[in-house]
Write a protein that binds this ligand. Structure first.
Ligand SMILES: [Zn+2]
Length: 135
């Protein structure tokens, strides 16, 4: 673990609400109340029907690897523990989200690999999602 403080996300508005759910170990995405479409990252209006009516709904936490990148060269001293992978996961709800990898070396990744979201508490304010193989 590096002694350099890690850069933190700005937690405000809908982003703060999203991370608030993660802090309680709940993965929730917005879902349009008018047409039912799930969306992520958080935004005010449905891109399908334009409705501003929505609610947070709980994800299954399950998805498949859509893409990833493996970092070999640290771009910040707080993330010097390389190599590590950053995944884009297509969730069962249809949204895509970015998360880290847990329980697998980056060399073991494959497209469409089934993964499950796990929660990685960083501090009292921030919990991140990491994906681990499984259904
Ligand atoms: Zn809609």
């Amino acid at each position: 673990m590096s002694s350099v403080p890690r850069p933190m996300p700005v937690l405000e508005g809908l982003t703060a609400a999203f991370y608030g759910h993660l802090r309680r170990r709940e993965l929730r995405f917005q879902r349009c109340s008018a047409c039912g479409e799930w969306r992520h990252p958080p935004r005010a209006r449905c891109r399908s029907c334009g409705s501003e009516q929505w609610q947070w709904e709980t994800s299954t936490g399950r998805g498949r690897v859509f893409s990833w990148t493996t970092v070999h060269q640290p771009i910040h001293p707080a993330f010097a523990d390389v190599p590590y992978a950053v995944l884009v996961v297509e969730m069962d709800e249809g949204v895509r989200m970015i998360g880290g990898l847990a329980g697998l070396e980056p060399s073991g990744l494959a497209l469409d690999l089934p993964v499950v979201a796990t929660f990685d508490p960083i501090d009292e304010m921030l919990t991140l999602v990491r994906f681990t193989p499984g259904r």
